[in-house]
Design a protein around this ligand. Structure first.
Ligand code: PMP
Length: 289
């Protein structure tokens, strides 16, 4: 496997960063996860824009432009003959002292890893997934904005531990006010009649690329789509609930905290939006060749 590291494609064994890198010491950096479908890097522009926006918010000067990132991504895919898979972009603050001061870090590290995708088992797509609500609340926007896709994912990991300990794959995170934020690694939607709702980002959600595409697809299909402050009431009483994310795509949620949602099986709207999203992901983006 060839890894992109600061302008070079190097062997996996040579793709190393220092133990003094603040990405390791403090989770000081940003990342992205992007999919490749049949030589199409889906929504690459949107992902690179979010990477740069995340970097800007944490005052990290990436030393690379969006156009350069796109070019480097295509080169990395080519070097690995990656036609289908998952890309991980990482920008760390770089090597510094053992103190926090990010301004003492000299060189940001820009990394692109081309990998296989680890999908949820087929059974979960066929029958839907069960969620529990985590007792860990989502970071409030005034601490570390959930809109920043930072290397510090402990908030999400703490919640994920609760899901796994409860015997399910994913969990719902509420914000400090008790309103729904998102799942630990996906956005959440509810369907009621012809209406599709999802929490606004200020409630504690990442502005998911999949989220945006699914909202557009739903509007194109004639649904009434809105960002709405939500409690679990809206999920428990919905016709359908689903999660969206680059890795998960669109996946049905059939139970939350032991309350069955809708029919208890993936519903027609979830399936339709899943197909519409797949269509977009195969066509919108940057072609590798
Ligand atoms: N929320 C969180 C916390 C995530 O990590 C992700 C995955 N990147 C998402 C939502 C979904 O975002 P996207 O659709 O851009 O993958």
């Amino acid at each position: 496997m060839k890894i992109y590291l600061n302008g070079n494609l190097v062997d996996e064994k040579d793709a190393v960063v220092s133990v003094f890198d603040h990405g390791l010491l403090y989770g000081d950096g940003v990342f992205e996860g992007t999919r490749v479908y049949d030589n199409n890097v889906a929504f690459l522009d949107e992902h690179m824009q979010r990477l740069l926006d995340s970097a800007k918010v944490i005052a990290l000067e990436p030393g690379i432009t969006k156009e350069e990132l796109i070019k480097a991504t295509v080169e990395t895919c080519k070097a690995n003959n990656l036609e289908n898979g998952y890309l991980r972009h990482v920008i760390t603050r770089g090597v510094g002292t053992l103190g926090l001061n990010p301004y003492l870090c000299k060189n940001t590290q820009v990394i692109i890893i081309a990998a296989d995708i680890q999908l949820y088992p087929d059974e979960l797509y066929a029958n839907g997934m069960k969620l529990v609500t985590a007792s860990t609340t989502r970071n409030s926007p005034g601490t570390l904005s959930p809109r920043v896709k930072s290397l510090n994912y402990l908030n999400n990991i703490m919640a994920k531990i609760e899901a796994i300990n409860s015997g399910v794959n994913e969990c719902l995170l509420l914000n400090a006010q008790g309103y729904i934020a998102e799942a630990s690694g996906d956005n959440v939607f509810a369907v009621k009649g012809n209406k599709l709702i999802t929490p606004p980002t200020w409630c504690g959600a990442l502005e998911g690329v999949t989220r945006n595409k699914v909202m557009k697809a739903a509007r194109d299909l004639g649904m009434e789509v809105s960002e709405t402050v939500m409690t679990r009431y809206e999920l428990w009483t919905a016709d359908e609930v689903f999660l969206t994310g680059t890795a998960a795509e669109v996946i049905a949620v059939v139970a939350l905290d032991r309350r069955t949602i809708g029919s208890g099986m993936p519903g027609p709207v979830t399936k339709k939006l899943g197909r519409a999203y797949r269509e977009l992901a195969g066509t919108e983006g940057v072609r590798i060749q």
